[in-house]
Design a protein. Structure first.
Length: 752
């Protein structure tokens, strides 16, 4: 199970070369005025719970709309304040909006157009041109603040939700060194619904400005990709869930959001909750009744009228439960300035009145309606008291109320009645899944929840608790971060090592730097034959000059044999590692991997067989390197490649499945190595272990065999650089175009 500490360690390990910036409409900390003094509150919800520890770990910046009445009293001249207030560790930077901007951007386009467009709740979206123009302007205002915050430093910008759909494209247009990701917290509609939006192309372009776009479930990903294919001239790859548009790629992935299971479970067991349960039973007049529960923000997507109709039908069909079952509906009113919400509030009030008037008697009312912002301890006590909880969403991205109910039931009791139109239904399969539009089935599900035997309730709840415990909010954030870092590795943003402000600062500030290089294609241009891959004279000079500095140690980690690579480079005092690190030579020490020595007769046998089979083909060179071998065929005519590959397969047929050798295909080369737990990454680890922990490790490479080295460098917190064209993917973070640019980087470093 992922924990807050696990997430923080992951952040520190993965994001050291980037600034992390989160952008959202909502703040993680809101400052209100209490008796004229600013005091902060933490808004409820999974977003802050997941991303706040992530930000505390990396010390980044969170940019959000400053909507608190006390916000302007606590920020500096750059509209910035350090948070959390009791342990400041990252920066909160606020965007200020006028009343007109808030009305058009938030209440207008976000919640009267996008919200109903994305939720199949049969509320017609309102597409107002002025609201759309304000939405564009506010998204640009957010983008300007992000770009001011980023400056020239490589950054990851993680945008939250539907309020900022245009932001990623605005950032991409700036050419700033940014990796962009966005999580869309609400559903994405079917393409036939999305196409009614007058600005569908602009919205789609905005979201395709992301390197990574996340939704709750796979269906929403599929809907988005289908909408993209029908809106813009894109290329959609449904196998890998990627969209290519105007030379850029957007990965589309499902990330089911969750909750802090352990925190909710711990709170539910507290003395405060036990005391609140007793208070509620006494003050609200609950004695022996079975309690049903609904906890929702009052919104037309939540199906509150639908569940009330089902409750009325339940008492109509099963009158024996009158006086024995009571349903509590808790939830705060929201967006009361919007007409659709005003109509909903009136509809709910009428239904509660009608049902209570029809079925209630004496002091008993079938529905207890609490449209108030109840304290969290009260909501927790209600979850503990309830026999069943109804989540009747007409359409929901996830619905965390369902998961919160499950997490609170440490007693493994209670029944969840869940709409199939909530994303949570894909995980919580042991709930009673019922269509909220099917009033008869909903009424029967309430009867089933009331009569379900204790053993079955506990079996179902224990299963759901295991799911929510494992797939918690920290796992969600970790998966999102890992995918973003993969985008960072695969994007064309990688720039020259020295051109990167972050990398050059790391090198200049390091006490000691270990710089390691592959040879062919990295220090020396690729040649038609291995013996022609000479090291340029100026590169040799820069290596010598840099190695003479006390703050630097340099080495070569090559697929060539040790004797060959040391002769080709010919710079005294360097560390040389040959045969992918199977043999390493320091100034006064040499290492040869013992398992490789034991397998040398096998390599020799394969070498003889390959030489016999391939020596007659034009352009083929079979190169024995003692512990490994390489077959070069760059100069082989295309017409002969089929025969050459057949020769490979025949010579290796007895060994390919033996587990004794490892076969790697590189840039028109075939390499055969002992199949032992060793590669360039392990060799780099061994070399780096000879230096102090404070040493900054750097590795340049150009081929598939260098990927293990890039991975090792990332684990060491170092700098990894891919040399060459657009081969994807690579684990390296930075990119330079050629060995000539490597030489230029060395030259610049000698001048530091």
């Amino acid at each position: 199970m992922w924990t807050k500490d696990d997430l923080q360690k992951l952040v520190q390990r993965q994001t050291s070369e980037f600034r992390l910036i989160i952008v959202s409409n909502r703040q993680p900390y809101i400052h209100d005025l209490v008796d004229g003094e600013p005091q902060y509150v933490v808004p409820s919800g999974g977003l802050t719970a997941a991303l706040d520890p992530l930000m505390q770990a990396c010390g980044g910046t969170w940019i959000a709309y400053g909507g608190g009445k006390g916000d302007k009293y606590i920020v500096d001249r750059d509209s910035r304040v350090m948070v959390p207030p009791d342990n400041p560790s990252y920066s909160l930077r606020l965007v200020w909006l006028t009343e007109e901007e808030e009305q058009g951007y938030y209440y207008g386009f976000s919640n009267e157009a996008l919200w109903p467009l994305c939720h199949n709740a049969y509320t017609e979206p309102i597409f107002d041109l002025r609201d759309w123009q304000t939405y564009q302007a506010v998204n640009r205002k957010f983008a300007d603040l992000v770009l001011d915050e980023v400056g020239d430093s490589p950054a990851i910008v993680l945008t939250q939700d539907y309020h900022l759909a245009l932001l990623p494209q605005y950032l991409r247009q700036s050419s700033a060194p940014i990796i962009t990701g966005q999580f869309w917290h609400i559903p994405w509609p079917h393409s036939e619904i999305f196409r009614i939006c007058p600005w569908q192309a602009e919205l789609m372009e905005g979201l395709l400005g992301n390197n990574l776009l996340g939704f709750h479930i796979g269906d929403h990903c599929s809907n988005f990709m289908d909408a993209a294919s029908r809106t813009l001239p894109v290329r959609v790859d449904t196998e890998y869930n990627r969209i290519d548009y105007q030379g850029e790629t957007t990965l589309v992935r499902p990330f089911p959001i969750s909750i802090d299971f352990e925190d909710i479970c711990h709170l539910s067991e507290s003395v405060e909750v036990e005391e609140e349960m007793e208070r509620i039973k006494e003050e609200w007049g609950f004695s022996d009744q079975l309690i049903g529960l609904g906890i929702d923000r009052v919104d037309y997507t939540k199906g509150i009228p639908h569940r009330f109709r089902a409750i009325g039908r339940f008492f109509e069909k099963y009158p024996e439960y009158m006086g024995k079952v009571v349903f509590v509906q808790a939830g705060v009113l929201s967006r009361s300035d919007i007409e659709a919400y005003q109509l909903l509030g009136g509809q709910i009030d009428r239904l509660v009145g009608e049902i209570n008037s029809r079925f209630g008697y004496g002091d008993w009312q079938p529905i207890v309606y609490k449209p108030d912002d109840l304290p969290s301890v009260t909501l927790m006590a209600l979850r503990r008291l309830s026999r069943f909880c109804i989540v009747s969403s007409l359409h929901d991205g996830m619905n965390l109320v369902a998961k919160e109910y499950v997490a609170s039931r440490f007693d493994d009791d209670g029944v969840l009645i869940l709409s199939p139109f909530a994303g949570a239904a894909l995980e919580l399969t042991q709930s009673l899944i019922v269509n909220p539009y099917a009033t008869e089935e909903m009424a029967d599900a309430i009867r089933d929840a009331v009569t379900m035997p204790s053993e079955e309730r506990r079996r179902r709840m224990a299963h759901m608790r295991g799911i929510v415990r494992e797939n918690n909010i920290y796992k969600w954030a970790a998966r999102l971060l890992v995918e973003l870092m993969q985008c960072a590795r695969e994007t064309n943003f990688r720039r020259s090592l020295y051109a990167s402000a972050t990398a050059s600062r790391q090198i200049s500030e390091a006490e000691h730097v270990l710089m390691l290089f592959d040879y062919d294609g990295t220090l020396s241009p690729i040649a038609t034959r291995p013996d022609l891959a000479a090291l340029p004279g100026e590169t040799r000079d820069y290596l010598q000059a840099l190695n003479s500095k006390a703050a630097y140690s340099l080495g070569i980690v090559s697929g060539r044999s040790l004797d060959d690579v040391s002769a080709m480079v010919d710079v005294p005092g360097l560390i040389y590692a040959g045969n992918h690190g199977l043999e390493i030579q320091w100034e006064k020490e040499e290492f040869i991997h013992p398992e490789a020595l034991a397998l040398q007769p096998v390599i020799d046998s394969i070498l003889r067989d390959l030489d016999d089979r391939l020596s007659g083909y034009e352009g083929v060179l079979v190169e024995g390197k003692a512990l490994t071998l390489t077959v070069h065929y760059r100069l082989t005519p295309e017409s002969l490649l089929t025969q050459v590959h057949a020769g490979f397969d025949a010579a290796l047929s007895d060994y390919a499945g033996s587990g004794r050798v490892r076969i790697t295909r590189g840039k028109e080369v075939l390499e055969v190595r002992p199949n032992i737990s060793w590669d360039k990454g392990r060799a780099i680890d061994k070399i780096a272990s000879q230096f102090a922990d404070s040493t900054l490790s750097v590795f340049f490479g150009d081929d598939v065999t260098d990927e293990d080295g890039f991975a090792a460098i990332r684990e060491l917190g170092g700098i990894s650089v891919f040399v060459g064209g657009a081969r994807e993917p690579t684990r390296a973070l930075y990119r330079v175009d050629s060995p000539a640019e490597v030489a230029e980087t060395l030259r610049l470093l000698t001048e530091l």
